[in-house]
Design a protein around this ligand. Sequence first.
Ligand code: CA
Ligand code: CA
Length: 132
Amino acid sequence: MNISFCALILFLTANFLLGNAVYCAAARPKDEMVQAMAIDIDKDGEADVVYYFDDENINMAEADINKDGMPDVRVYAQNGKFKSAEADTDYDGKVDKKFTNASDFGAWLNQNNPELEDYLNRPNWKKTMFNF
Ligand SMILES: [Ca+2]
Ligand SMILES: [Ca+2]
């Protein structure tokens, strides 16, 4: 079971658990366990943000902005800190914007998708900073 499959299960499951976050565990190659959590921010039954994490840190976050079930923004974090972010702003499935520092990404997010700011523009990506 890979991450994409896990995400698919999450999105399907989220449809049945309105407003509830859903846990999912998937084994990566090397037997490293990765957990994911889907958040339905606007409570429409579809996952808007999915966090992927290990025991200590969130390592990636994905957000579906245009509600087509495909992630459009990805944030990568390492050791509890922002690493990079990328976005598919025209929803053609290809990344067309990349960020290598958190303040540029935060400014872009604030301008384009302020509703996701609290979820994607995190000062700290340590797992303990999240409510799960
Ligand atoms: Ca999308
Ligand atoms: Ca694009």
